[in-house]
Design a protein around this ligand. Structure first.
Ligand code: ADP
Ligand code: MG
Length: 365
């Protein structure tokens, strides 16, 4: 099997997928302009990080111990959905160790040679951040195992029988890997991280604190109710909270007196079609098609995608996980079904008989 090819294919598909969603208000991925604003809103120290208490405590210990020993900390793996603070934590690790941060990403490392070049340029104590580490090519991954464990790599020069491996010493560094798909990381790579942190979605009161903090930094005046409206629709995701805050601020400045009150936030979010549970137009479209057109299912994901005029992956990777997490939609072996909560969310009454006349269906969810 040719691993490089597979990686490239994934990259192209995911790039196209990202492109289609740059304009989605509730997408958890960041686009170009957004990154600049995000930089201003990022917590810079562990103390400034809101929520993720366990991760913060554990990471604080790892860093403090390394500082006392005067050594580079163990390699750290950060996993979790987009927008929860992986990049932020990587920057904080470097900041707290007062070490330079070198940034790269899995898709940028297509050959082992790319990685060798990065590794050979490191100085002792540097923090190397590899975002989307699950998308690195297989040969690079193998080189990385060795670098992580022995601070050494073999650079292969030439091809075939004449090829020679030149060993290269690497100064002790700390690798910080981030991934949205920890399950895709091969075991040997995962095992070489001394510390793994899994980031969870934030509690509403934590998102509320983040909205207040960001408003302070952006100079936006907002009431507690205004903040609560935004936090409640942010899907437990700081990146979405910050994005909704900026859109609501625009609305407040243009259509109101600049202050984000409950009424202003509600009106703004209604205009942007983000509902009280954080569902956007696509999420509601999927749920609506499922209930109204397919009687609540079960229906296959492809059929559902056609019904809402979207790509299958979009429905599967973007809308569905959120609907499932909120208990509005369930996956069954026979297809997707709307839960009672799903029907209620649309203001509809769930059918008395379980969908499809299958009396066991509701028992299985
Ligand atoms: N714990 C947190 N406290 C405050 N703001 C946060 C926190 N986590 C993330 N953010 C904000 O969310 C944005 C996205 O975080 P980021 O680290 O880029 O997420 P990821 O890399 O996981 O996709 C950042 O700009 C930051 O302002
Ligand atoms: Mg990131």
């Amino acid at each position: 099997m040719d691993w490089t090819d597979e990686t490239d294919e994934l990259t192209a598909a995911e790039a196209a997928h990202l492109e289609r969603h740059l304009d989605r208000l509730t997408s958890a991925d960041a686009d170009g302009d957004e990154r600049a604003v995000e930089a201003a809103l990022r917590p810079r120290t562990l103390d400034e990080v809101v929520g993720q208490v366990r991760v913060r405590d554990q990471l604080g210990l790892v860093l403090e111990a390394a500082r006392r020993r005067g050594r580079a900390p163990d390699h750290v793996l950060l996993s979790g959905p987009p927008g929860l603070g992986k990049t932020t934590l990587a920057m904080i690790i470097a900041g707290e160790m007062t070490s330079p941060l070198r940034l790269t990403s899995g898709p940028a490392i297509t050959h082992a040679g790319d990685l060798a070049a990065i590794l050979s340029g490191l100085n002792e104590g540097d923090v190397l951040f590899v975002d989307e580490i699950h998308r690195m090519s297989r040969p690079a991954e193998e080189m990385l195992y060795m670098a992580m464990e022995d601070f050494r790599v073999d650079v292969v020069i030439g091809k075939g029988p004449g090829a020679t491996a030149i060993p290269l010493e690497i100064p002790p560094f700390t690798l910080v890997g981030a991934t949205t798909r920890a399950g895709l990381l091969p075991g040997p790579l995962r095992d070489r991280f001394g510390f793994t942190a899994h980031l969870e979605f934030y509690e509403p009161h934590e998102v509320d604190l983040i909205v207040h903090r960001s408003a302070g930094l952006l100079g936006v005046e907002l009431t507690d109710e205004g903040s609560g409206e935004i936090a409640g629709r942010s899907r437990g995701t700081p990146r979405i909270a910050n994005r909704l805050l900026r859109r609501v601020r625009d609305f407040a400045q243009v259509r109101a007196d600049g202050v984000v009150t409950r009424e202003v936030a509600r009106a703004a979010l209604e205009l942007y079609e983000v509902d009280e549970s954080g569902l956007d137009r696509l999420d509601r479209g999927v749920l609506d098609a499922l209930c109204r057109r397919f009687g609540g299912g079960p229906v296959g994901i492809s059929t559902l995608a056609v019904a809402v005029g979207e790509e299958r992956e979009t429905v599967e990777e973007v809308a569905e996980p959120f609907l499932v997490r909120n208990g509005l939609l369930a996956r069954t072996p026979r297809g997707r079904i709307a839960t009672a909560a799903g029907w209620h969310h649309l203001g509809l009454t769930p059918p008395a008989a379980p969908p499809g006349g299958d009396s066991t269906l509701f028992d299985t969810i």
